[in-house]
Design a protein around this ligand. Sequence first.
Ligand code: HMG
Ligand code: MG
Length: 299
Amino acid sequence: DLPPRVRIHEVGARDGLQNEKTVVPTEVKAEFVHRLAAAGLTTIEATSFVHPKWVPQLADAEQLFPQLEDIKGVALPVLVPNERGLDRAVALGARRIAVFGSATETFARRNLNRTVDESLAMFEPVVARAKDDKVHVRGYLSMCFGDPWEGPVPVHQVVRVAKALMDLGCDELSLGDTIGVATPGHVQALLAQLNEEGVPTSAIGVHFHDTYGQALANTLAALQHGVTTVDASAGGLGGCPYAKSATGNLATEDLVWMLHGLGVETGVDLGLLTATSVWMAERLGRPSPSRTVRALSHK
Ligand code: HMG
Ligand code: MG
């Protein structure tokens, strides 16, 4: 059985643009987010309050976030790695944040300059303060299936960090296949083990990258398990600095095509969304890698 409705967590403006070579002007980002909202997306990850040297593409978070104030009825989560990031986000009125941990030591070191446990310690006061202010907290977990340096990642290793993030008080958990190596059986095995260890499916979202063309198959496997939150990026924006051949996230258009075909509601207008991705592709000077965008925009 499939869920009647899926909530798409749109990450194009954050995961997509953070990995594009072109640094997109703030005004273009603001228009992008407005257009995504107009296309019916209700959760749009806007930017990151991380160190600007680590992610120069999103160094304009202070300028961008206030330009989104007029968007009503749409959740605009932002990434926050530490208390400094939380201070910056809260000062601008952010009501939803995401911390981002790693299932592997190598990626924790490269992405956060910390061990896995040091990263969790860094998140602890962030989540506690957010909860005190009734700010919603997502906990991302990267490298849930494979890691470019460490290879396949054992399920028990992922479950340990996932539980630690939930124990900190995260409201939801997003399982990241950062380099796109997962396959459907692995997805279902991880979900089953998480349930076994007390993490309910209702708290879990899935975050697939499409490097090996498995993102839709993995998503379907997760839906069959009962997952109803799926991350995707408009037009399949993005890539990964740690895996040279890696593509971006699952394209939102490809996801919406599959879900609507299955009779699963998303609230998204596929025509408006495709037009937005075509428009953004022009700004980036390269065509969208999404098969659905290409098919629907082919004249
Ligand atoms: P660090 O160098 O260890 O930082 O970096 P630190 O705590 O030692 O502080 C050093 C200086 O940075 C200090 O300044 C801080 O104030 C400043 P100083 O006192 O020396 O002048 N600083 C900051 N400035 C602005 N904003 C901040 C901030 N924090 C410290 N938030 C740090 C540690 C976590 C900051 C760094 O590693 C970082 O910013 N990492 C972010 C990396 C990132 O954004 N990666 C991409 C997102 S994760 C992802 O894409 C995966 C995902 O999509 C899921 C999946 O696919 O798997 C979510
Ligand atoms: Mg990602």
